[in-house]
Design a protein around this ligand. Structure first.
Ligand code: SF4
Length: 395
């Protein structure tokens, strides 16, 4: 199965109030050294493997000047067999791109761009401590089209404190007006220890209202279906297009628990168990979290020529549970019992029968016309009830 590659770019101009990702503000001076470490880590995995998706996430990957990516792409192309139709995504902040950088990104091979739009309301962007204005998103999308991007995603956040349904409708409509090929809609999670969580604890702003958040999700599901989008994953919608599959192929690899390597600080990867290769059983890959620690780790591994510290073997039960945890996120596809049997040489019912039967009884899962297990519509918004059945049970 072809590989996917994830590159974590941990640089941001400033930290948004709700963010708890591995990302740092004010460290741009480390970009050259960091990209060099990425190249070194890529070289460690030089193989004849095919690569079908690459995703640069962050952080703010668009903060890294295009010339750094140009060098990295040479290393990637020399190290793997990059498929001609590979999906190559760049995450970008609307305020950090211009026509020159976008043309350069497009010309070097990026063919999908994902903008953190989050909201079309200035007051909400301010509350989230985002650095861009709504008009920056319009400009960024227009310039991306001019640069030749034909696959654009917009990320939006709902369930923002004080946001009513009407506000959310306005933001989603503003996103639709830009005709994106893909939309990712996330319910705001108030992460402990973030400035936003502290403001809520102090009572400066209200906690998001769960009922309003549920209504916003419900409304989005209906409106996007009418707008010609396919709701293929809990938080993701792709425009229906008979000539191409606009689902995010990189994330599909995660949800199907295919092989992927993670490069950069805090990045994770996974190599499924293979009966015909040395890396068996399944291996979880995890890099150091801080920028400097990651650079040191890569230099050390390079010197020793042994990449084993990045990997930790996992049990077969862990891999099975993770497959269900990820696969149930795919709303139409779900879990195919025949593929499960083929992958693990054991019947799905035999391993998870009790849990699956319980979920059926509670009306949370159903059988698709193709005979796959998948979430019922009622469980889309409360999918955690299903997913938690398959997390951390065995490891
Ligand atoms: S731009 Fe994204 S990654 Fe950076 S601080 Fe804001 S939310 Fe976090």
């Amino acid at each position: 199965m072809p590989l996917s590659l994830y590159f974590h770019i941990p640089f941001c101009k400033s930290r948004c109030g709700y963010c708890d990702f591995v990302t740092f503000a004010g460290f741009e001076r480390l970009i050259p050294e960091y990209v060099h470490a990425l190249e070194k880590q890529v070289l460690l995995y030089s193989s004849n493997d095919e690569v079908r998706t690459i995703f640069f996430g962050g952080g703010t990957p668009s903060l890294v000047p295009p010339e750094h990516y140009a060098r990295l792409f040479i290393t990637i192309r020399e190290s793997f067999r990059l498929l001609p139709d590979a999906e190559i995504t760049l995450e970008a902040n609307p305020g950090t791109v211009d026509n020159r950088s976008l043309s350069e990104f497009r010309n070097m091979g990026f063919n999908r761009i994902s903008f953190g739009m989050q909201s079309a309301r200035p007051s909400e962007l301010q509350m989230l401590e985002r650095q861009h204005r709504p008009e920056d998103v319009v400009r960024a999308v227009t310039l991306s089209r001019e640069a030749g991007f034909e696959n654009i995603n917009l990320d939006l956040i709902f369930g923002i404190p004080g946001q009513i349904l009407k506000d959310w409708k306005g933001s989603l409509q503003a996103a639709l007006d830009l005709s994106p090929e893909h939309l990712s809609l996330y319910s705001l999670i108030i992460e402990e220890g973030t400035p936003l969580a502290r403001r809520i604890e102090r009572g400066d702003i209200p906690h998001p209202d769960d009922d309003i958040t549920a209504d916003q999700y419900e409304w989005s599901c209906r409106v996007l279906e009418d707008a010609g989008f396919r709701h293929y994953e809990i938080s993701n919608w792709a425009k229906v297009d008979v000539s191409r599959d606009l689902r995010c192929q990189h994330n599909m690899q995660y949800w199907r628990l295919g092989p992927y390597l993670g490069f950069g600080c805090g990045a994770v990867g996974f190599l499924p168990a293979r009966k015909d290769a040395p890396r068996s059983p399944g291996q979880l890959m995890q890099n150091e979290g801080g920028i400097n620690n990651y650079i040191k780790q890569v230099n050390l591994v390079n010197k020793r020529g042994d990449d084993s510290i990045f990997f930790k073997p996992v049990t077969e039960t862990y891999e099975m549970e993770t497959l269900l945890f990820m696969g149930f996120r795919l709303l139409q596809e779900g879990i195919n019992p025949t593929e499960f049997q083929h992958r693990f040489n054991v019947d799905l019912q035999q391993v998870f029968g009790e849990r699956i039967d319980g979920l059926f009884e509670r009306g949370l899962i159903e059988l698709s016309p193709e005979g796959n297990y998948r979430l019922t519509r009622n469980a889309w918004f409360t999918s955690n009830q299903v997913l938690r059945e398959f997390t951390g049970v065995s490891d």
